[in-house]
Design a protein around this ligand. Structure first.
Ligand code: IMP
Ligand code: MG
Length: 173
């Protein structure tokens, strides 16, 4: 495993993101919607550095990667009441933007709740793999097309607990 970002790198970047979000969402009615399970560490750290009053909701998204994926095959399961998002300034927090299909589908679903605004924040953005016109509104780091684990990200359920982010595979493999 090759280290990409240490816990210190992440903490420093999150402080910057937190300041940006604190400016952008001051005087707003912020609801953070965290995408389980990958975004748990990122969400926990980010909401503490934003330092604004906010509400926290969760959803689970399961994609069928490696199959003939179309947006309709992505399941989005809201764990709370979707109507709680009406009129709120909603920030979706996810671990990684890869093809963007998952966030695209989540946005489609959450828009049904008529939030006042709907934006996205991801820790990592794999810029080479984007398959939609969507781009994340806030991101921590842009990364090349490598499979990464740690800080919430898993490979087959493992490595989520690691405090930093690591590339699992070798370039080109
Ligand atoms: P997308 O729909 O292609 O953007 O995929 C997003 C989801 O795929 C993420 O929320 C992750 O759960 C998973 N994913 C994509 N790339 C990686 C990776 O490098 N490591 C771990 N999970 C990943
Ligand atoms: Mg995910």
């Amino acid at each position: 495993m090759q280290p990409l970002f240490s816990s210190d790198d992440i903490a420093r970047r999150l402080t910057e993101m937190g300041q940006q979000l604190a400016n952008d969402y001051a005087e707003r009615r912020l609801t953070v919607v965290s995408v389980l399970s990958g975004a748990i560490l990122f969400t926990a750290d980010l909401i503490r550095v934003v330092g604004l009053p906010l509400k926290l909701e969760f959803l689970r998204a399961s994609s069928y990667r490696g199959t003939a994926t179309s947006p309709g095959e992505l399941q989005v399961e809201c764990l709370g009441d979707l109507s709680a998002l009406a009129g709120r300034d909603v920030l979706i927090v996810d671990d990684i933007f890869d093809t963007g299909r998952t966030l695209e589908r989540i946005i489609e679903r959450l828009n049904e709740a008529r939030p006042r605004s709907l934006k996205t924040a991801v820790l990592l953005w794999k810029t080479e793999r984007r398959q939609t016109s969507l781009v994340p509104d806030y991101y921590g780091f842009q990364i090349p097309d490598r499979f990464v684990v740690g800080y919430g990200l898993d490979f087959d359920g493992d490595y989520r607990h690691l405090p930093g982010v690591y590339a699992l595979d070798e370039p080109g493999s």
